[in-house]
Ligand binder design. Structure first.
Ligand code: MF3
Ligand code: CO
Ligand code: CO
Length: 248
């Protein structure tokens, strides 16, 4: 991965703010009765209004501007006429492409009141991401990130999806290195200041296994248990990291 600090950070900051801004808008309409393709339209419009492109649209044939992954869908859910109802959880994953650079972020929203189990899952997933971000700085190992997430999540009785991972990001949507959300401390390559990547743990209430449906995209838990995800794009510095996709 190329290390080209200043411009990369400046441009990713801009793309990241647009992606996060789209999710801030989604938060306002994520209520019982809304269709997932209405969320998609909102993201499309928001990103367009900010003179950016939605990176998922037509990416390897993906048909929509964001991913909407409800309940047992792990990731890459395709927005549709599906109506969200009270008690659902839905991850919305948005990637803005602006002036040649990408910002990628997702949040899991609770639709109305959700079960205590669902709430715990969503909260734990968010905490796992933020805890992992806190340990990121120059010279740590990639395995430190995975271990941090896996240990935290498994202590709570949940499981970490292994079939999908975070990724380097920059002028391309998906770059090296892969950022695994499980692993062992002190293993894997060292990360260096200037690197930009995502961390995006997918956490299941039941077992970790997933399968992909016939549409070629939608990944679900094999045991049909609930799954949650949060994602940030971050840039590594000497002392820590900058999060480019924070909510307002
Ligand atoms: N945004 C997803 C990620 O976090 C990738 C979605 S690819 C798509 O890497 F084609 F499904 F949109
Ligand atoms: Co994403
Ligand atoms: Co990503």
């Amino acid at each position: 991965m190329k290390i080209n600090y200043k411009e990369a950070f400046e441009k990713t900051r801009i793309a990241g703010a647009i992606a996060a801004g789209a999710l801030d808008e989604v938060a306002k309409i994520a209520k019982p009765g809304i269709r997932t393709d209405e969320i998609d339209y909102l993201c499309y419009e928001f990103i367009n209004d900010h003179k950016a492109y939605s990176a998922p649209l037509f990416y390897r044939g993906f048909p929509k501007s964001c991913c909407t992954s409800t309940n047992h869908i792990v990731c890459h859910g395709i927005p549709s006429e599906k109506v969200l109802k009270e008690g659902d959880i839905v991850n919305v994953d948005v990637t803005a492409y602006k002036e040649g650079w990408h910002g990628d972020t997702s949040r899991t929203f609770e639709i109305g009141e959700v079960s205590i189990k669902a709430k715990r899952l969503v909260q734990t997933t968010h905490e796992a991401l933020m805890n992992a971000i806190k340990i990121v700085k120059d010279d740590i190992h990639l395995g430190d990130i995975g271990a941090e997430i896996q240990n935290y999540v498994e202590k709570k009785g949940f499981s970490v999806v292994q079939d999908f991972c975070g990724h380097g990001i920059g002028q391309h949507f998906h770059e090296v290195p892969n950022i695994l959300h499980y692993g062992k401390k002190g293993t894997g390559e060292k990360i260096k200041s200037g690197m930009i990547f995502t961390i995006e743990p997918m956490i299941n209430l039941g077992k970790f296994e997933t399968k992909t449906l016939n549409d070629g995209w939608t990944a679900v838990t094999k045991d049909k248990s609930l799954s949650a995800q949060f994602e940030h794009t971050i840039g590594v510095t000497e002392e820590g990291c900058e999060i480019f996709t924070l909510p307002k």
